[in-house]
Design a binder for this molecule. Sequence first.
Ligand SMILES: [Zn+2]
Length: 656
Amino acid sequence: MASDRLAVPHAPISKYGTARSDPQELLLDNLRISSTFPKFLPAAKPRVAYLKFSGVTVGASSACKPWTELMRKSTTEEKEALLPTTPQTVPHTPRFSRKAQRRIFIAGLLSCLTLGVVYGHLGFYFDGVLDSNVATGCPQVDALVPQRGADVLASISDLLATSDYKAKAINWLSGAVQVPTEVFDAMPPVGQDPRWEVFAPFHDYLLTAFPLVNTYGLLFEWTGSDKSLKPILLAAHQDVVPVEPKTYEEWTHPPYSGHFDGELIWGRGSSDDKSGLIGIMTTIETMIAQGFKPTRTVVLAFGFDEEASGLQGAGELGATMRSTYGEDLPFAFIVDEGGGFTDKYGSVFASPSVAEKGYLDVHVEVTSPGGHSSVPPVHTTIGMLAALVVKYENNPYELELSRDSIPYALLQCQAAHGAEMPKKLKHLIRRSTRSKKALAKLRDVVIEDRPFRSLIGTTQAVDIVQGGVKSNALPEQAYALVNHRISTQSSVAETMAHDAALLAPLAAQFNLSYTAFGKAMSLSDGPALGTLTLKDAYGTFLEPAPVSPIKGKGSEAYQLLSGTIKATYAAHRGLDLDAKDGIAVAPGMSTGNTDTRYYWKLSRSIFRYNHKNTIGSKDRLSGVHTVNEAMSADALLEMIRFFTTLILNADESSAI
Ligand SMILES: [Zn+2]
């Protein structure tokens, strides 16, 4: 029940202290009244608040009134005082409260900084280059600059350049990092597992930090004046992966400090994905403050268990949005967390992910009669399982570089814009468009790169193995778990059929009664020595995502996104819009899945991209999902510029 939560407003979030030290006890207690929004689902279900606002501070319900009145009366200073740390001049060394200081751990190794790509769990592969001389294989659109929204963009651009605003934006993200919204695998539903309660203080924080957006909830609608226009959906997630306790001492700054060192904002979630969430919230807060009123509706959806498959958060959000907006692709486009832009071969390249691989965990189980190990059979279940695992590893899935795949389109972009790409490779990529032999040769070259190889085929990884309990007892059962990421050119059914056929000869050889994915596979009806069973381990299979259109009719949203990326990149650096040292846009793809897996019916144009700057970042894996996660303040400001330009461009587009 929500009231249970209200009773413990300042319960410790973790052993590392409370979410923040609250000097504004009275105010925060009032804020909690807003948690009684009538549209909240009962606590036994995932909490999804649905809230509409129209650009001014409004209460979503009468229950919210005490808070909104309070906020109306309070001065700007009072509102800012609600932030976990006081506004700071930039650069600065933030001061910490005593409680925060208690959370400070011994500084350890300074390892590489994360500047964006959520490579670790999204598995983005990004490898772009730029050369405008040979652009035929990867046409580029012009930068798209808002016209009607030019004044709003100009005043927000001016704001971005002020140290006051910069300090505010840094504080917004730093404060968000200081609330440890950790989620773990297979958590029982909301209401049963108290660990979900970390989101209550996080929602309170959002409420406090973004009074104009009027936050408390996970689904927001900023209602536009023209209902005939399809709304756009901006998504992010509130949760973070847990910090491995053994690594605390390796953090240069404590994982939930939100420490700003003058350049970087440190902590778990500073990049993945609180930078996305705060980037979106900050943008809208700022646009409202600037008096902008949207023509096209903007919807925000913030899940809270993306790092644990997203079922309770985005799963529920997706269902709510389908019932609210319809199932017939009601959104013009969706932008969720994902790739950024970086340098390669001396050029800069942005890579919005337009596809996601599928997913299947196969549970491979062998059983046979037990007994005393002094009288063993030739093969125990563990021995047979070992043979099955070896069979898997000796037979990887075929790697086909298909001309209509996204990785191939990425290669074409590299060749088209790759000023410093080795000539031989560029030539091979070009020839592969018409020569099968060249295509095969190209495949052999690119699969040498493991991340790229993982994009073009179905992968398999034996991740769990278990069997046996005692040294003198024959194991009656042994199993392995094989994790597949399914090629966008394949399907769950094809993957199941492949695995079933692969193991059939061994099932016969060991005389095991064989069942694969509910289907009897044994050829003979004779007595078997045991069983072999394949099944979807957790019922979490997922087809590859529909590929968002990037060419021709239906690709208008992709063109708008591309133009926005180019305009943002140029504006942030004071470059000419058609500068030669600009940015190229090429389609990317992720091997992992974001919350958008629940949003396929909401739009044909789904982009996992939030314009994170990873230029100069050698190791794009660092920080995200491991120690020393950090986000550059300048990259955060550029994200705010990106979301502003995107909303304005979408607002005045007649093409989407
Ligand atoms: Zn994420």
